[in-house]
Design a protein around this ligand. Structure first.
Ligand SMILES: [Zn+2]
Length: 95
C-alpha cells in the first residue's frame, strides 16, 4: 500500500472541484489550504499572497474557458491558474 503522500493533488490543496449540475467545471477555494507552493523551477516555497476563485478565464494551456482559480505570490510576479479542464496548475509569467 503506497504512502498517502504519493497521491498527488494537482491543485496542491488550494481548490476543490464544485459540482454544478453538468455545466462547465468550476473550482472553489478549499478551506484547508497551504500558505506556500513549490516553485516549479527551483522547488523553493513561494509564499501565497492571494487566492481567487471561481474566476472565469481561458486556460493558457488547454484554451478551455472555465471557472478556474488564480494564485498570486509574495515577492514574485508570476501567477498560477488552476484549470478544471486540464486539471493542473498552469504557471503564467508576471505582467
Ligand atoms: Zn487547462
Amino acid at each position: 500500500m503506497p504512502p498517502i503522500d504519493t497521491v498527488l493533488d494537482p491543485y496542491f490543496g488550494l481548490f476543490i472541484a464544485a459540482a454544478n449540475d453538468g455545466a462547465a467545471p468550476s473550482l472553489v477555494r478549499s478551506s484547508a489550504r497551504p500558505t506556500s507552493l513549490p516553485d516549479p523551477e527551483t522547488g523553493r516555497p513561494l509564499r501565497i499572497a492571494t487566492i481567487e476563485g471561481p474566476a472565469r478565464a481561458i486556460c493558457p494551456s488547454c484554451a478551455a474557458s472555465a471557472e478556474g482559480g488564480f494564485v498570486s505570490f509574495v515577492g514574485d510576479l508570476r501567477l498560477a491558474y488552476a484549470c478544471p479542464s486540464c486539471e493542473r496548475l498552469v504557471w503564467l509569467p508576471g505582467a
